[in-house]
Each structure stands twice: as structure tokens, then as C-alpha cells.
Design a binder for this molecule. Sequence first.
Ligand SMILES: Cc1ncc(COP(=O)(O)O)c(C=O)c1O
Length: 452
Amino acid sequence: MTARMPATEPPADELQAARGQRRESAARTYSRRLPIALVGGEGVHVRDGAGRVYLDCLAGAGALALGHGHPAVVSALRAALDSGVPLTTLDLDTPLRDAFVETLFAVLPESLRGGRIQFCGPTGSDAVEAAVKLARTATGRSGAIAFGGAYHGMTQGALALSGAHAPKAPLGALGADVQHLPFPSAYRCPFGEGGERGADLCARALRWALTDTHSGILPPAAILVEPVQGEGGVHPAPASFARAVRRAAGDAGCVLIADEVQTGLGRTGALWGSDGIGLDPDVLVLSKAVGGGQPLAVIVYRAGLDTWEPGAHAGTFRGNQLALAAGAATIRHIVDHDLPARAATLGERLLDGLREQTAGLPVVGDVRGRGLMVGVELVDPRRCDADGVPRPDGGLAGAVQRAMLERGVLVEIGGREGAVVRFLPPLIIEAEHVDRIAETFGQAVWSAWRAT
Ligand SMILES: Cc1ncc(COP(=O)(O)O)c(C=O)c1O
């Protein structure tokens, strides 16, 4: 009997989305909350099968720094295809690999320009694993310090380093020697203080952990930090805290790893999220934007750490020529067009717009961010924690996400209890788009709140 083949023409949008979801795993995420099937994308917009157009503040979870179908990326991809280069080449040398490495090193923080690069399996999680392995090899120590609220990925080691309980709870021990310490949050400060005082107390907790011989924490191989915690709900590390982390890591002889998978390449208003806050990492973990929307992940690190053996970190897909071409083109475009400055200006505009559109709404707890990495925490003002801060309201955030979808804007949800509506638009976004996002958000919050 001949198996019936699926229709070659895609069915109507809703049918297509529903069909995909019937077959896919219970672990799927975005498609549950955004039940649309995308068939096209241009600039900051995507289009579904029914012809509806959405302003895309998801942008592949920040991977599409130049948005959809950017001419610089498309022509780099075409040229790579036309060149006849083998499309996947492990870690063998190719002209595109060489060009990517040269382009990246030319724009790295000064302290890493004499460093080394390791290509990883093409996800942020794999690059985090590699960074920790590198630190353990170089220091001869085993442990790592990470921070509450961190997100470092979904492989078992990266998950062990992450803060959220939900994905860990069903798994039992993850077998990693990781300690989590408090990360500053002005709004929901772990010490109930907020501001510089809260950041200082977080820095003190870290110093204590590393210097008190009875802290219970053996000197670790690495400290991992995100310059802005993204999935944890958009918490920028204050500069005073970043400097303290740098000092503490140096004093304790551990490797400071900046996970810039999400903050890297202009997102925060600087080329690197660690720029300008004094983090000065020993290892930079990069993925998402660095591949120009194609799968690519690397770590770059100080040459002195390069003590591991051949094969210490490997993987099949470390030579994706299309990703190398798209990545190099993206890095060049971001630098040549000073997109970090654009992210800084438009990020401020977005913060102002979101605050203006939601002024006086008691369910809007906090509007925060750095550059075009912005979040709004929605709260239930009738329920407060011990410090008198209203509890996060994930139900309302979900309703706002749906209301924005209906109004043609795609946003992400993150943070504690999924109560932070996140904005990660492409860096090529225009002021008029930013204003529309803020306006739509205001309408969505009003309508979702009225419906509760
Ligand atoms: C800071 C950070 N690190 C690591 C990861 C994991 O990257 P991937 O999803 O490519 O494994 C992410 C993903 O969102 C991230 O934001």
C-alpha cells in the first residue's frame, strides 16, 4: 500500500499550525503561546499563512540582529552557495572560516584580541559547556558559581548553571558542582534593598563565598555571569556589581565567563554587553546574533587558558559555511552602521514609550532594560511579598502576549512565573516601530487587565 503523502500546498494557516502541534513534543515552547505558522519575513516583520503581518519582537530569541532577509546577510549566503565551498567542514580551514575569525577578532574587546577561539556545537548551551570545561581544565578546579535568575541553556551542565527550577525539578541531581548566589535586581532585590545598596550586598555575598574559608564553597573554576540576565526577566548587571565580580574572580583565581549569547553584538547598546560596565571577562560565550541567524556558537578566551588537549571539545557541526558567511556579514554590518548606538537610542525610546503608555497602571510593576533588551514585569497589586513588592502575575503576562499577537506584535514571555513581557526586536528597527510597540503594549495591558 502506498503511504498517503501530505499535501504539497500548505493548508490554511490555522490548520498548518494545528497539524504541526499534533505531532510535536510536549516540551515545545513558543508555538504553544504563539499558535501561528510563519511563511515569510522581511526586515522587522513576519507574515503568517493567512497573510497577517506581525512586528517581530521575538526575532529568533534575539538571533536575528538584522531582522529577516537583510540584504547583507542574503548576499553573503548567496555568495557562499555560489562559491561551491563544501557546506559543512568540521573544523577544517576554509576561506569563510578564516574571514569570520578575522572579522570577529577585529571587534572583540581589546583584552581578548590576542586570545583564542573554539568553535562549538552550534548552540549557546554547547558553548557554555565548552567554557566551563575550559575553565576546569585551566584551573584544575571543578566548581562553578552562577547567579539566581541566570539562564545558560538546556543541556544538563548549562541547566545546572541556570536558575529556573521548573526545568530542573523533574530531573533530580544534574551532577554539576554549581553554587548560585544572588544577582542584583532593583525592583525585586534579594536583600529587599534595591539600588546601589542591593547591588553592593550581592557583591558582598560573592566576596564572602569566595574568601571565607568556612563558606562551604570550595574555590571554583569559574564564575558565569550574563551582563544582562535575559530569560531570567531582563535584569541588567549594575556596573558596580560587574566590577566587583571581576575583582572577586581575579582575587580567587577563577575564570570569569561572560555569557553573551543574548547580549552580544550590539543588543545592549554597546557592541558587547560587558563593555562599559567593567566586567572584562576571561571568556566570552557567543551564539545567536554571531551567526547572523544561522546556527553558530563560539567561545573566545585569553590565550593563557588554552591548556586543553586536542579534541577536548568537539562536535560535527562546527563548520557551517552558511553560518560563518552570515555571521561575518552581520558583524560587519553591525559595526559599520553603528547599530549598538542605535540600540541604545531606540532602547531608551522604547523604555520611555512603555512607561508613558502604562503610566498609572497598578499591574505594571517595573519597566526595565538596557539597549534593545527590554522587559516589563506585570504584577498582581493585591498580593505582595514580604518586602511589600507586588507578586509577579504570569497569567496577566500571558494574556498581554495574546492581546499583542491579536494586534500584530510578537513578544516573548520570561522571568519569574513568566510575568515579564520581553522585547528583543531586530537592531534595525525604526523609531516608528518602537512607538507602535509601546502603543500596542499599552492597549494590550489595558484590555487584558479589564478582562481579569
Ligand atoms: C544567556 C544565554 N545563554 C545560553 C543560552 C542557550 O542558547 P541555546 O538556546 O542556543 O542553547 C541562551 C538562550 O536563550 C541565553 O540567553
